[in-house]
Design a protein. Structure first.
Lengths: 360, 360
């Protein structure tokens, strides 16, 4: 296919395996090891397959720009620099966030197997994709997973302020069920994730009121104005407070970038991010019996879903359920992409001389 | 003073020490040990002194009603029933929540001193006051504290539902600073804590729109209607999702009451609560140097507070700062109480034959 096959606002459906194969080849062309390229490709394509397009392969051109300008090192490997009991401090050595965070969560799972619980603090990392991915790893290991991260650009004002002093720092909590998908809450502390504004900007779609303010503090539905303004914290002062606490436990704890030291993921591709994350696990077997817990979870999900619905509501969902449904459908039917995202990735594959059969 | 000294909507200012002394005597008159009575009195009076009246001594008549009707056991002592590495499961044996939760957080602090981090799961407990109190204990020990609890009555509907299926389950995160008060976020997952509706109902004050729906799902400013209806989750579906996750990690994890098994703290004084909590600590020294962290925290607080303010805003606050200011003022000037709260407590002291000098 050539660019002329598409018009703007076109959609294209691609088999998940094909997108995975092409993304892996692309990241290997950037100099990553096969193992690391697989890790990143799986993360991004899984996000798309779950319907979280803001954190999928639309970010690949952004990540490559950072490789090219020296902001992120595609070859770096994370390393444990301190280990005390059930805790560890990991230096990401400026690797991609997915590499540092996957390493960190695997370590947290291992530590929790030994000590019942764990806390792994990660510094000198980068934007790591979705928090959901990491707590899903924990849940699949029979654990409660917690994942906290500072976001990679200041876009929110403190409550009562007007300046971009904070990220809309997100977090996730995930747990396993028995016969149902893992229950996973992954939320940013703004009304919506900034990635959705970036996505709208890319596809020239307007955004709803209540998402963001422009640079002068006025409400806007223009994604371009929102991009340069501030996003609103969820629940007003509560979302602001939570964003600050997440910055503290993710970044101030281990001396990663915070506040005035933050660079802009989008606008400063040549600058080191020094992003901080925190991963925590609780081994459910340490507290109770895992199978008994899973049975209670299945019952809890049924209880919530069987509640009386408001007028016009067809179904009540538990956190992560819509994404799990999307993933199931994507595996079966392929992933639906906005064509702009595919064209950008194809252009990148051409630039990096990726063999034609590995191009989207 | 007699009841006739006051009219409704009167305020009365009482020295903190006096309220502490009288509350302690009252709980001892109910059969508690001196140590436990001190623990509960300190918790409640501190809440009032911090301006969190919804969780202060206004609840004492409620707690006493539960002692009298058999719902809570004033003499019970919590016990560790399982211990794996840095985790523990504590059975509260139906003690007051403050007793079980203080025991649990002290244990979590001890475990984190040894293992760098910890998770203590508490079952068979009761309403435990404010989450802030427990993470403040952790912060004072040089740790990051996390406290999660299921709330003691179902008052919120799932997103898309209309039934009272969930509590507005709260949580807190607390960290120490150097020269500034601990930074403590304590938030319920409803727009406001239900205690504020209970307080408004007690003082016949109307409530703002956006706090609650009546029993038919309509917005209300009448605290009586709100009391019997549902409270709105903070940030819509995000607050609902967080409330469910908190229920899972606090209560479903250790088989405490959830959903259909919840009793109503206010309406079922004869029934066992079986409330569940989760306490987690991270020893800051395990990850970084505590003093260096405290210095970064002082700088972070200054950075936030020195941000440009919106029109009409005099000061930007960090989480817990307003409460810390209130506490400082209360210690110096006494605690300002609505007279109804004092009269209720005095009546209780009379009923329990507390010596006159130990009555409010």
């Amino acid at each position: 296919m050539s660019n002329s096959d598409y018009t703007f606002n076109d959609k294209v459906v691609l088999p998940m395996e094909k997108v995975l194969k092409c993304q892996k080849a692309l990241y290997m062309a950037a100099g990553m090891s096969e193992e690391d390229a697989t890790c990143v490709a799986q993360h991004l394509v899984e996000a798309d397959a779950r319907g979280v397009y803001s954190h999928g392969i639309q970010r690949t051109p952004l990540y490559f720009n950072r490789f090219e300008k020296g902001g992120t090192n595609p070859n770096a490997r994370p390393e444990i620099v301190k280990k005390v009991g059930a805790t560890a401090l990991v230096d990401g050595h400026n690797a991609m966030g997915m590499i540092a965070a996957t390493y960190g969560m695997n370590l947290a799972i291992d530590l929790a197997k030994k000590y019942g619980t764990s806390a792994v603090s990660i510094t000198n990392s980068n934007h790591f994709g979705t928090c959901a991915h990491y707590v899903d790893m924990a849940a699949n290991a029979g654990m409660i997973g917690f994942c906290w991260t500072i976001n990679c650009v200041n876009i929110m004002a403190p409550w009562g302020g007007v300046e971009r002093q904070l990220g809309n720092n997100p977090f996730a909590i995930g747990v396993p069920c028995g016969n149902k998908p893992n229950v996973i809450l992954d939320m940013a502390t703004s009304v919506v994730a900034r990635g959705k504004i970036v996505m709208a900007r890319k596809t020239n779609a307007s955004i709803p009121e209540g998402w963001a303010l422009d640079i002068n503090g006025n409400p806007t539905t223009d994604p371009e104005a929102a991009y340069w303004g501030t996003v609103l914290p969820v629940g007003g002062y509560k979302g602001y407070g939570l964003a600050l606490m997440i910055a503290i436990i993710s970044a101030i704890l281990n001396n990663s970038s915070f506040g005035p030291d933050m660079i802009d993921l989008y606008e400063d591709p040549d600058k080191i991010q020094n992003s901080g994350h925190l991963m925590q696990c609780i081994d459910i077997n340490a507290i109770d019996n895992l199978d008994a817990f899973k049975k209670r979870m299945d019952e809890a999900v049924d209880y919530i879903k069987n509640g009386k619905k408001a007028n016009g509501i067809k179904e009540i969902y538990v956190p992560g359920e819509i994404e799990a449904n999307n993933l199931k459908r994507s595996i079966k039917e392929g992933i639906v992409y906005p064509v702009e995202v595919i064209l950008e990735n194809r252009k990148l594959a051409e630039k990096y001389d990726v063999p034609v059969e590995y191009r989207l």
